[in-house]
Design a protein. Sequence first.
Lengths: 389, 291
Amino acid sequence: MNTTVKTLALAGSLALILSACGESGDDNASGGGELAGSGSGDSCVIEAPVPVGAALSLTGAAASYGESQRKGLELAAEQLAEQEGVTYELTVEDDATDPRQGITVFEQFAEDQSVIIGPTLSNGAFQAQPIAQEAGVPVVAISNTASGITEQGDYIFRVSLTEAQVIPQTVEISKEEFGLEKVVVMYSNDDAFTESGYDVFASALEEQGVEVLDTLTFSKADTDFRALLTEARAAEPDAIVVSGLIEAAIPLVTQARELGIEVPIIGGNGFNNPQLMSETGDAAEGVVVGAAWNSASEGELNTAFLADFEEKFGHQPDQFAAQAYAGMTVIDHAVRAGCSGEREAIKENLGAVSDVETVLGTLSINADRDAEHPAVVQVVEGGSFTPLN
Amino acid sequence: MQQLLNGLFLGSIYALFAIGFTLVFGILDRLNLAHPAVFAAAAFVGIELVAVGGLSIWVALPLVAVFGAFLGLVIERVAFRPLRGRPDAHFAGLIGSIGLGGMFIALLLWRYGPDTRRFPVEAFPSTAFDLGPARVTLLQVAILVISVLLMAGLTWLVARSRLGRAMRAVAENPRAATVLGLNVDRVTATTFALSSALGAVAGALFALNVNSAQLGMGTAIELKGLAVIIVGGMGSLPGALVGGLILGLAEVFAVQYVGSSWRDLVAFGLLFLLLVVRPQGLFGSRRVREV
């Protein structure tokens, strides 16, 4: 399955030709397929399109996330091509939510791509990213939230906030808003992502002095949570804290409200999905989620992104699409900063990314190669996420 | 009290699923492993009928049953009949049905994509009653009533009707049944259709009950269905019913009294113990073969 997206829009190519003509005296510009360009920042001109490979989960368990990411990347590449000077040739390959296939895709990308995006899940990232590190190709992780991703090497960068960055804020602000004293914690214990989310929740709750009445576990394949929720209800908590993926979140929230549990339900990153409201109706009211992306942000970049995405794909973007889009923004910034589409230059400038405006807010890459930008704690009110803080 | 009801509702769906499983096994001595795929397919088709077709759930459910019956005929025709003559027909049919089930799931993936789907929120009124400390929704009551009616109807059908007599004759000895002038092929096909129709209704009800339908939902319940029919006694209809309820209750009480992490261990451990004590299953009779 190979969906190569040539993003040499007509307007983009015209602009390229025009600006190339304007600088005909420059030696660098006449290289023919050169990745090193001339100028810098907005005036940077690189003749050849910069090859960007994205290894996403387009099929398999994480397919709904990968699909969002693909759309976010395509929209970004298309829009970047409309700006003068630099274009990107985006190649999206499917890792089938299988770390082994992720490795194969990375090996292929290591041969001809300037920068690699992905993979979708942290599980796959731990296995595939060392290949890029070995080959000296910079990687931008756009959705991995597990800790240790960027510790794999100095070519691995990440624009997605980790659970460890988001969850403590979620717990702190919820405690202030709802006066939490005692909670019941639920999480699926057969998934690395939700389990690490649980660990962060547990330590954040302890730090804030919130009592945990009971800890209940379920399997990521479970869909009937009534027995667990009945237990949770009996403990009479001030809120229920859940670390689970969206597939579990929707039935869990529905069944909780059905059983008459009216307290806030505080979720991890998996809950941060507009499907939660569209698929559970009124039941989602009072669900609290910490997120890396504030979909309701009034920022100019974000409102334009929402409108453009809606127009191109006919539905609202989710956080995965927003982070993918921001990933391309950051890459474009790094490429233009050094005005070069070559691996070493991109790596160098990714590390120097500081205060870049993205749809996620003002973003910087810190010394650990992790992104830092404001998180948002949102509560579902009247059918949509509203910032709590 | 609430947990008792939770277990009862969960168990009634397990039972409805298992009863379709056990029907084919009891009468034809074949294990149809495409049954879980029918379960999943029915949920997705039911959702499409309600969400896109705009039908009421009460119209959609019978249609889902018809769709299931059709799949049952396909399964019999494609996975079982061509292999009937082989000396290892039991095993060949088993493998054939696994293959066909995989194809059904692949077709679902192609038609609906990998996303989890659900019935629209307004598909069923969200009325709830308070029974003392427990809370029951209208939907759960409806599911219990539908399951019990279908199972009672099936038991009556097999025990009393002309078709049921023919089924039992085929179960006893297919060759003798042919000699007696029964159309064995037709009885076989009808059995598959009935079985899959029940599995299909179970799938749609399950998706309605948990507000979620996934491609893997059949696989998740398959093992439980097999456990239920083994505990109930292979081929026994009341056995599947009681076995389903026992498994549902065991899971729920494992959560309440032992801990959520031990649910499957306790529930399946209990079933295993039952088998050790009563190897033929609750309602099974030891088969006596005279040489």
